[in-house]
Design a protein around this ligand. Structure first.
Ligand code: NIG
Ligand code: FE
Length: 420
């Protein structure tokens, strides 16, 4: 049965981000939100049919106003559904005891090198059935939606064998089919060197390149290919091999770059033409310039820096250097167990020197571009998917100012009200 059209009217403020579908916003353009007062949207057939003021939309649809379900957005902020372009959504178990260890002085890398960290979640994920993984990840996805997020990228990387990586990617696919939130999958077999390869990490890189990447691509279970390029994990040379193998098989490159130490990850991202380089807490100035030149999107994860008690990436510097910046939760059980995209925007302002306008562009249209969906989501324009979030604040500045509260009022996904 066809859904009734939805008519959103009288929005106190609507953030359209019109004109940003072709390329991510960079520099001063990140502040061009395309604001509308007394804003209105006509949603039908899963798509945005018209964007304008309430009077403009009412005039065009005057014959059909009675058909529509009306959402009165007086006093509300209306934005594109938020997009999270970097998560490790699908995993089993929990690591709160490691958090306690870190509060007592242990470092993230020490915990990982002694068999915890990513290795602990890998053990739990390998053991978990498809059903358990689905159920645990579904809870997180529900919470994403309650925080206004309508599209989520999800990485594998807690399997580290072909079979277990495929299981994670199959669960992501099942969640995508089952849940209103859209999932975009990334293969990240090169997330850690598993213990069985500790003595011969290059053999694990061979396994990624020769076995896992071709099979994942053949089964069309992922669009992107990511690697944890970090001292003690994968070297830049190993990371290059992994990303190039992905490119050869049609998987677009992404990279966990310069998270804990400067390691020329940003430079490598520019060299291989990565869609995004993520983290970048310790990115070099040269790396930032190279990213700007190559058009690599910086996906910044201030929740991770906050939770690891580390200094945040310099978002201000990257924007001023012309790098398009996107924001993400990094949702994962070790370095950022959160789904709260609005809090990530707060941290973008408070910890990375970004403005309230920039963080909104970063969590919508630039995040959409970071997963190659800029033509489809991330802005409010006729023809785009009707993914919309209404916040119970009158304007976008108040969304950052009244921090630490979930202001989400209503979420519409593909033209259907899914949170109210
Ligand atoms: O993005 N850095 C590598 N991967 C994740 C953490 C994964 C984990 O600790 O389980 C990250 O921070
Ligand atoms: Fe990550």
């Amino acid at each position: 049965m066809k859904n009734r059209p939805i008519w959103i009217r009288h929005a106190s403020q609507m953030v359209t981000l019109a004109g940003s579908s072709a390329a991510p916003l960079a520099g001063k353009r990140m502040s061009e939100l395309g604001l509308l007062e007394n804003g209105s949207l006509w949603l039908e057939d899963g798509l945005i049919q018209m964007v304008g003021t309430t009077d403009e939309v009412a005039a065009v649809y005057q014959e059909r106003l009675g058909e529509a379900e009306v959402i009165d957005a007086a006093g509300k902020l209306v934005t594109p559904g938020l997009v999270d372009p970097h998560t490790h959504l699908v995993y089993a178990g929990s690591r709160e005891h490691e958090f306690a260890m870190r509060l007592n002085g242990a470092t993230y890398m020490e915990i990982m090198n002694s068999g915890g960290g990513i290795h602990a979640t890998t053990r739990a994920t390998r053991e978990a059935s498809h059903e358990t993984l689905f159920k645990e990840s579904l809870q997180r996805l529900d919470q994403f939606l309650l925080h206004g997020v309508t599209t989520v990228e999800a990485k594998s990387g807690y399997g580290l064998t072909l079979e277990a990586e495929l299981k994670q990617l199959e669960v992501a696919k099942a969640l995508h089919e089952h849940h209103p939130v859209d999932l975009i999958s990334t293969f990240m077999g090169a997330h850690a060197v598993p213990p069985e390869y500790r003595e011969c990490p290059d053999a694990f890189v061979d396994y990624c390149v020769d076995v896992m990447i071709p099979e994942v691509a053949k089964r069309r279970l992922a669009e992107f290919n990511d690697v944890f390029c970090e001292r003690g994990v994968f070297t830049p040379a190993q990371s290059r091999r992994i990303l190039q193998a992905g490119i050869k098989h049609g998987l677009l490159p992404k990279i966990h770059a310069d998270e804990i130490e400067p390691y020329e990850g940003a430079e490598l991202a520019a060299e291989v033409g990565a869609v995004s380089a993520d983290h970048l807490l310790r990115a070099s100035d040269t790396g930032i310039v190279k990213m700007a030149e190559a058009g690599v999107i910086a996906v910044l994860l201030p929740g991770t820096a906050f939770f690891l008690m580390a200094a945040s990436a310099d978002g201000r510097k990257m924007i001023d250097a012309g790098v398009p910046v996107a924001l993400s939760t990094d949702c994962n059980p070790g370095s950022s167990p959160t789904v709260a995209m609005p809090l990530i925007m707060n941290l973008g302002c408070l910890k990375m020197g970004m403005t309230p306008a920039e963080v909104l562009a970063a969590a919508t249209i630039n995040a959409a571009h970071a997963i190659k969906r800029g033509h489809e989501i991330g802005s409010l324009e006729a023809g785009k998917k009707a993914d919309i979030t209404l916040f119970n604040v009158p304007n976008y500045m108040a969304l950052q100012y009244r921090y630490g509260v979930n202001h989400v009022h209503t979420v519409i996904k593909a033209g259907v009200k899914v949170v109210e």
